[in-house]
Design a protein around this ligand. Structure first.
Ligand code: G3P
Ligand code: MG
Length: 252
């Protein structure tokens, strides 16, 4: 294998924290992501009925907690009653669903200086006002880390481009690469986060895109190697520790 000299390494985002060995989107998961030196951390946000930014992947709490029901129909106090760790492994009993400000405090305490990738989960429900709330919180103080917003919903990114003009906005795509290939992506989108299977099958994406491309969810060693050899801007992975080890072997 040819040795390459990389000025910039592929950026490794920990997907929902260190999802491979911690309950996703919990403080334990983010703490582990920082411990293994993830360059970035991805998390998902929804809105509770009382307007708090709730860090969880699904619209419902059923899969990742001991409770049941829709996040948007429950208050923070109700959401906090359930356990968000024991479903994954009994060792993690005691983890709660975090609100975003708790994650920001944790990352500050841990001196995280990477990038926080806040995915706005407005693809199923609209959560009116979620963009403004996010922006107000992120601008409320100087955090030691940078942040970007990502979403499958281009309308959420559009709103953020108006209220937080210099922020990085990443468009998540499953398969709508035609738009990118045809150069139809609007200017306010600053980076593209495509599903890996699609991007690997369509290398034209990287070639034609003048914006950084970061793939998800890159979990197998062979996919990681491919991404690092292709020198993509970033990957989003459930296995941040492994990814960083392999990346550092390939991109010296
Ligand atoms: O950031 C990529 C990824 O998080 C998008 O899909 O469903 O895991 O939030 P999902
Ligand atoms: Mg996500």
């Amino acid at each position: 294998n040819q040795q390459m000299n990389h000025e910039v390494q592929t950026f490794v985002f920990a997907h929902r924290g260190s999802k491979c060995n911690r309950p996703e989107n919990t403080l334990a998961s983010f703490r582990e992501a920082v411990r293994v030196h993830s360059d970035g951390i991805e998390l998902d946000v929804h809105l509770s009925i009382d307007g708090e930014l709730i860090v969880i992947h699904d619209e419902k709490i059923d899969r990742t907690t001991t409770g049941k029901g829709l996040v948007r129909k429950m208050t923070v106090a109700e959401l906090k009653r359930f356990d968000a760790g024991s479903w994954f492994k009994e060792d993690f009993r005691g983890e709660k669903i975090p609100i975003l400000s708790e994650v920001l405090s944790l990352l500050t305490d841990l001196h995280f200086t990477g990038s926080l990738n806040i995915e706005i989960k407005t693809d199923k429900y609209h959560y009116p006002g979620i963009e403004k709330k996010l922006s107000v919180l992120m601008k409320s103080q100087q955090w030691p880390f940078t942040h970007l917003y990502s979403s499958f919903n281009i309308d959420s990114l559009k709103i953020l481009s108006e209220i937080e003009p210099d922020v990085e906005l990443s468009y998540l795509t499953n398969n709508r690469l035609k738009k990118i290939e045809n150069g139809l992506l609007t200017d306010f989108i600053t980076s593209i986060h495509p599903r890996k299977s699609y991007a690997f099958k369509h290398p034209v994406l990287t070639a034609l895109s003048n914006k950084p491309v970061r793939l998800w969810t890159v979990n197998s060693e062979s996919e990681m190697r491919q991404a690092f050899h292709e020198n993509v801007a970033g990957i989003i992975t459930d296995y941040p520790e492994q990814a960083i080890r392999i990346r550092n072997q390939i991109q010296k």
